[in-house]
Design a protein around this ligand. Structure first.
Ligand SMILES: Cc1cc2nc3c(=O)[nH]c(=O)nc-3n(C[C@H](O)[C@H](O)[C@H](O)COP(=O)(O)O)c2cc1C
Length: 159
């Protein structure tokens, strides 16, 4: 059966997710953020997580080669950050939005629900994406707050 691309995208969008900012620092020392909802847990022992990165991204080389990065799960009041760092070719992080992480230096987004400081484990081919598997080295958990959700192409909140 030949799948229609738009219908497939719509069908996949029926899986509700949270929203993350994946942050890293370039070799030149520039902090970057990219919005992603492909984050998933993989393993508790060892502690592994994954996300997938579009192969045609302007920042593909930086993110697919980053030894350290952070996965920041956004809170319900951070939709503006999600939209901002999803803009094509516009991933430079505003200094007001983060503090440097202690483990590897990846930017920790202020007031995120949780931030995982990660080091790269493996990169796997995944069609028009690559699947980035990483080890969690440290985490910063905000005990309260509601998540930002993404469902059917729109931002949502918990009822
Ligand atoms: C809610 C949402 C989730 C996204 N999830 C991903 C993702 O998991 N992986 C990814 O590579 N891009 C994802 N994107 C797209 C990127 O945030 C961004 O729009 C895209 O990378 C822009 O192109 P550029 O990387 O060439 O600048 C998502 C965008 C939005 C709005």
């Amino acid at each position: 059966m030949e799948l229609d691309g738009r219908e497939l995208r719509n069908a996949l969008g029926r899986f509700a997710t949270g929203v993350c900012l994946i942050t890293t620092v370039t070799e030149e020392g520039e902090p970057l953020a990219l919005t992603a909802n492909s984050f998933s847990s993989v393993s508790l022992d060892p502690p592994l997580v994954l996300w997938s990165l579009q192969s045609n991204s302007d920042v593909f080389a930086v993110y697919s080669g980053a030894k350290n990065f952070a996965i920041n799960v956004l809170a319900g009041n951070q939709q503006e950050l999600s939209s901002r760092y999803a803009r094509k070719g516009d991933h430079l992080l505003d200094p007001e939005h983060f503090t440097p992480g202690e483990h590897g230096g990846a930017p920790i987004i202020n007031d995120a629900l949780v931030s995982f400081e990660c080091s790269l484990d493996t990169v796997h081919p995944g069609g028009d994406h690559v699947i980035i598997v990483a080890r969690v080295d440290a985490m910063h958990v905000r005990p309260e707050g509601e998540p930002l959700l993404f469902y059917s192409g729109a931002y949502r909140a918990l009822a």
